[in-house]
Design a binder for this molecule. Structure first.
Ligand code: NAD
Ligand code: FES
Length: 311
């Protein structure tokens, strides 16, 4: 069991959970991920380790709530527990050890590029982070990335920082010259666009591929990706690959495979959650104690509180 130690909302649908995982915190390296299994019967979710504190024995996970399973995960609160956290998995990032690197983070991917930026800075590499969000409230990990070097922040609507996509700012940095490597993490269209910006300049570019994963150990084939005409497995050969060699169209197609199932599961979960809220409201005479209650802990607390009021 892994206890949730701390929780924070970073943007409208992105949550940071700090969880107890001392063995993983001790040995994890930038770019590696874990597979989180919240409870028996729950889906297994791959999440890159955004940060770790070996002294406290904790790792930090940053989760975008996009479906039933991720919504269940972000509903956890300090004191709740996660059944299994397997890792660290995957290969560590190939960090350059001199010169200048640009770390590009799009949306929730900014959290994933964070340990890479810190790892590069620790080696003496000059780091420029280019991060982006739809608008100001969607920008995350800006202060954390400043610890690694300069940060250029972009928003799609111009509400904060530079107006435009991260690729616009990246192009300017690349054209100014002197960039030795680019590390990109974010939505597939962003990583594909980053690869096209750097390709004409021949700048080595790495993309962290968010393939569908099941076992995370190279056994199931779920995470297969096409790189340089070869079939590779994101969980054991990656998750980072040469972005100029990745078939992003195939990756996007495969990521869409379970969209309908996911939408259905999310709808069912929302209905159940609404019913649980109504039950709790009934139990306390029409007042819902905790809006959005979802976890076992929340339901138990609501039931206990209802019992208290009845006595
Ligand atoms: P988003 O759609 O809000 O985009 C974030 C930023 O990426 C934008 O502000 C923009 O600067 C840039 N961007 C987006 N599309 C672009 C394009 N076509 N060209 C250039 N730049 C572009 O991002 P979000 O909603 O936070 O991200 C969600 C996606 O990220 C999900 O699909 C998720 O699977 C993926 N993701 C990937 C990883 C990974 O390891 N690669 C990790 C976490 C999440
Ligand atoms: Fe099963 Fe990679 S997740 S092979």
């Amino acid at each position: 069991m892994h206890a949730v130690i701390d929780k924070a909302q970073l943007s409208p649908n992105v949550t940071r959970l700090v969880i107890e995982a001392p063995c993983i915190a001790e040995i994890r390296k930038p770019g590696q991920f874990v597979i989180v299994h919240r409870a028996p019967g729950a889906e297994r979710i791959p999440l890159t380790i955004a940060d770790a504190d070996a002294d406290r024995g904790t790792i930090t996970l940053v989760i975008q709530a996009v479906g039933k399973s991720t919504e269940d995960l972000v509903a956890l609160r300090p004191g709740d527990t996660i059944a299994d956290v397997a890792g660290p998995l995957g290969k560590a990032t190939e960090l350059i050890d001199h010169g200048r690197a640009v770390c590009v983070g799009g949306g929730v991917g900014t959290a994933v590029v964070h340990p890479i930026a810190l790892g590069l800075a620790a080696r003496g590499v000059e780091v420029i982070s280019v991060i982006g969000g739809r608008s100001k409230e969607w920008v995350i990990f800006e202060d954390e990335l400043r610890r690694a070097g300069e940060v250029i922040t972009c928003t799609d609507d111009g509400s904060y920082g530079r107006h435009g996509f991260v690729t616009d700012a990246l192009r300017d940095v690349i054209e100014a010259g002197g960039v030795d490597a680019v590390y990109a993490v974010g939505p597939v269209p962003m990583m594909r666009a980053v690869a096209e910006v750097t390709r004409p300049y021949g700048v080595p570019t790495f993309a962290s591929l968010n393939a569908i994963m099941l076992d995370g150990t190279g056994m199931c084939g779920g995470c297969r990706v096409a790189v340089g005409g070869k079939t590779l497995y994101a969980c054991v050969d990656g998750p980072e690959f040469d972005a100029h060699q990745v078939d992003f169209r195939e990756l996007a197609d495969r990521l869409g495979t379970y969209r309908e199932f996911e939408a259905h599961a999310t709808e069912v979960a929302h209905r159940r959650r609404a019913a649980a809220q109504e039950d709790a409201a009934d139990a306390v005479g029409g007042t819902c104690l905790i809006p959005g209650l979802a976890t076992t802990t929340e339901r138990q607390e609501a039931a206990a509180a209802a019992g208290d009021r009845r006595e």
